[in-house]
Design a binder for this molecule. Structure first.
Ligand SMILES: Nc1ncnc2c1ncn2[C@@H]1O[C@H](COP(=O)(O)OP(=O)(O)OP(=O)(O)O)[C@@H](O)[C@H]1O
Ligand SMILES: [Mg+2]
Length: 279
């Protein structure tokens, strides 16, 4: 049964790179379908297309060569003409990643030429994605949007479409470098879009232990002190459960499930996350 007000929409963002946004987006998407029986849409808003590759693996290449619709076409509003016929309607334009019973995990993939495409467009409308979700995906339980680490029209597109923000951080020096920027960008978005009450669901500490299974030592303690201070300043909660460092994550991302190591602990965070967002 669909939710009365449509899906919960969460964007995964940090204006700092390499903190685990795409890894967490992929892990949460799969977990939501497999373990929580949710109907899920994942959206890749990053031209690096890491989430698309992590969910599609080898199929990503055929998606590119067959020129199937991606987030680029959604921003353009049509599929380019083929074989002499004109522009084609988009429909819901998704890739099927997994299905259990009548529930699916679907993906709107990204392409490397995404940013070129947008900069060539005359003032792309940041509300297009929100409209596309409202028109086509009200039956979903959850939409997860993986964002790029830089602020752009795509960040605003993610804000327009989302009710909640999940902020992954790595507990190391420079961990909070992106926080003031993110808070500023959320504040300025809320000011100019008073109807939108986008909120930070929480900060998740990712990559929490270091190689060898130690606890991160004094550097982690210092980083955690910084993260807590910045979180209090912005009134952002921090999830109690941390996601550990694990060589299993990169393996799982490439579709190799032969070893998961501490990545097997991901469900502890997922449980807390889904409880927090009410799903
Ligand atoms: N908990 C973890 N343990 C070990 N490796 C991790 C963990 N989380 C992420 N990684 C690895 O760190 C690298 C960066 O992760 P990921 O691509 O998810 O970050 P990102 O925030 O999406 O990066 P970008 O800002 O470039 O989009 C990847 O190689 C990923 O496999
Ligand atoms: Mg990423």
């Amino acid at each position: 049964m669909a939710r009365p007000n449509g899906p919960i929409v969460v964007c995964i963002i940090n204006l700092k790179g390499g903190v685990g946004k795409s890894t967490i987006s992929a892990m949460l998407s799969r977990y939501a379908l497999a373990k929580r029986n949710l109907d899920v849409l994942a959206i890749d808003l990053d031209p690096q297309a890491n989430l698309s590759q992590a969910l599609m693996h080898a199929n990503y290449n055929s998606f590119l060569t067959q020129q199937r619709p991606s987030i680029v076409e959604i921003f353009n509003g049509y599929q380019p003409p083929v074989g002499g016929s004109g522009p084609q309607p988009l429909g819901s334009a998704v890739e099927l990643i997994a299905q259990i019973g009548n529930k699916t995990l679907q993906l709107i993939p990204s392409r490397f030429d995404f940013s070129d495409n947008l900069t060539q467009a005359v003032r792309p409308d940041p509300k297009i994605l929100a409209r596309h979700i409202a028109a086509n995906f009200q039956h979903k339980d959850l939409v997860l949007i993986d964002c790029a680490p830089t602020e752009s029209i795509l960040t605003r597109a993610a804000y327009h479409a989302s009710g909640l923000v999940l902020v992954p951080v790595k507990p190391e020096y420079f961990a909070t470098i992106g926080f003031p920027l993110l808070q500023e960008s959320l504040d300025s978005f809320r000011k100019s879009n008073r109807g939108n009450k986008i909120e930070v669901a929480g900060i998740v500490i990712n990559n929490a232990f270091y190689d060898g299974g130690n606890n991160g030592g004094p550097e982690k303690i210092r980083a955690m002190t910084d993260i807590k201070a910045e979180a209090v300043k912005n009134n952002w909660p921090i999830f109690d459960t941390q996601i550990p460092f694990s060589r299993g994550f990169p393996k799982i991302m490439r579709g190799d499930n032969s070893y998961s190591g501490n990545a097997a602990m991901f469900p502890y965070f997922a449980l807390e996350f889904f409880k927090a967002i009410g799903l």
